[in-house]
Design a protein around this ligand. Sequence first.
Ligand SMILES: [Zn+2]
Length: 321
Amino acid sequence: MIARAPALLSTLIGLMISSLTTALAGEDRPIERILEPRAITEQIHYFYGSLENRTQANLGMNNNVGFVITDEGVVLIDSGPSHHVAQRIEQAVADLTDQPITHVINLGSQDHRWLGNDYFLSQGAEILALERTAATQAEFARQHLDRLTDTLGAATMESTEPRPAPSPIASDHHAFELGGVRFEMIHAGDAHFPGDILLHLPDQGVVFSGDVVYTERMLGIHPWSNPVEQLKAFETMASWEPEVVVPGHGEATDLATAQQDTGDYLALLVRQVGEGLENWETLDEVVSRLADLPQFRHLRHYDDWHRMNINRTYLFMEASF
Ligand SMILES: [Zn+2]
């Protein structure tokens, strides 16, 4: 615990400085810039996805993808939105290490987390996904591929075959070790999609949270999201007291920032909507009561998502009230 602190501390200071500069920039970063890896430690890196929607410039890589270099191979954390981007991810990793990508973990089932699976399978990597994650991938595969093809064009998506993990793991907690690094894949509750998971590197104090955590930008609640369990998953993650959180979207940061941008937001929504339901408030009443939350206005896409998030949280919680 103590030994890892100095390296992580300087990483965190670096993260804070770079977040000042990127916050000022605020533009959609093209894929070339996204694929310049950022170091958390000497072994742990991530590609900082665009904070904007899926565009021709970012090629659908508007999420973070991580990787861990070990003496026995590289573990990639999510496989990117397409065959093409998967190839470029592989190249960007190869620029940093001679170790091949031997394992690919899927933290979730949204397009950019797993549509590169087929490419890495063809290169001999093993795909690691929990059964409940792979099941959601299969369910949404066609819809996600079609929408991404509409947005990015058939040429960009060429050769992309949706391939959920061929041998998914029948557990909600899968631990393994590679090259002396311990990895823990944990389903602590459904979140943005059913079957979203957290990845904990307990010896390094690092969590790759997938879509359980968003920083810098407003998280999104879909009709199939579960804001109540997402809050529980967030709390589970917080109980590990990680020193660095690599969110699904937004720059890597500390737990306090993750708490502010995601944990506090979910807690407020769930509590306030729950009280509204107790008090027989209508959907419209709850939406207008919570329509403006100044403490979250700094999050990018606040105007696009916040009211819809209240709306969907209400409908979700009402269904089990
Ligand atoms: Zn996402």
